[in-house]
Design a binder for this molecule. Structure first.
Ligand code: ADP
Ligand code: MG
Length: 259
């Protein structure tokens, strides 16, 4: 996922939220157990092509996949096989050329940009490989943002407890440039989980971390997942990540295979 996708993720959320000026009273504190709701994901016969100057690029070919609510799924496969593109489709940041995506009871293809932005801000968390924290905001500011966008009056308090959960109370006022890679990824995990999404997507979440740091971040992510019960989809090259997931699929040449 690119920085543009990340920025549009937040700006879409912000625009929609402020436009509708809704208070999302369904969002509860992370520490209130059982507040999360998991969701099923179903993609059916998805095709994605991009027109380019040198012809049409077929990125996803007749991909179908069902993920039960609360499941953990690893998507593996070589570089360029379409993994990130699939996550973009699941997040509604990219629309398929054909085929249908159903998340819970929402058909993403039937939602306009505003409805998708609303849906994302309520139900979706994304962890990007390169963290994509907003450089001008502190750790606390980055984690508060999704809640502020959702109009939560206790955004700061919730962000504080989430940063405490990821072990970063001593780095609240640090900017991303002042944090190590592992700390930045922990902030990114906190930001992705703070609004208690029913669907959590990770694009190579340990890809930019050394082995030991990756191990710590993974343990944290799966510990939090156990508590949250959200549906977790992780794109990864990392065997350690795939091993921790209940299920695994492999992508090759834009097609999905049982692994
Ligand atoms: N906007 C785009 N325009 C044209 N081709 C693209 C675009 N985005 C991705 N692709 C192509 O789609 C293929 C899959 O990309 P991607 O989903 O990023 O793969 P992966 O995450 O598995 O490495 C690649 O061949 C890539 O070049
Ligand atoms: Mg990728």
């Amino acid at each position: 996922m690119t920085l543009n996708h990340c920025q549009s993720f937040f700006s879409f959320c912000a625009a929609a939220r402020y436009r509708h000026n809704r208070r999302a009273s369904y969002i509860l504190l992370f520490k209130k157990k059982g507040a999360f709701v998991s969701t099923s994901v179903q993609i059916s016969d998805i095709n994605l092509t991009y027109p380019t100057e040198s012809g049409t690029v077929a990125v996803l070919n007749n991909a179908s996949l069902t993920i039960p609510p609360g499941d953990t799924l690893a998507i593996t496969g070589p570089s360029g096989s379409g993994k990130t593109s699939l996550l973009l489709l699941l997040s509604g940041l990219q629309r398929p050329t054909s085929g249908e995506i159903l998340v819970g009871n929402q058909r993403l293809g039937e939602m306009d940009a505003n409805a998708l932005a609303d849906w994302r801000s309520e139900h979706l968390g994304i962890i990007f490989q390169s963290f994509h924290l907003l450089p001008g905001l502190t750790a606390l500011g980055n984690v508060s943002l999704p809640l502020e966008i959702a109009g939560q009056s206790d955004a700061r308090e919730q962000a504080l407890s989430m940063l405490e959960a990821v072990g970063l109370t001593h780095r609240l006022q640090h900017y991303p440039g002042q944090l190590s890679g592992g700390e930045q990824q922990r902030v990114a995990i906190a930001r992705a989980l703070v609004h208690q999404p029913s669907l959590l997507l990770g694009d190579e979440p340990t890809g930019n971390l050394d082995h030991a740091t990756g191990e710590k971040v993974l343990s944290l992510l799966f510990d939090l997942h156990k508590e949250s019960k959200s549906t977790l989809v992780l794109v990864t090259h990392d065997e350690r990540v795939a091993e921790r997931c209940q299920h695994r699929v492999r992508m090759d040449g834009g097609r999905l295979y049982e692994a």
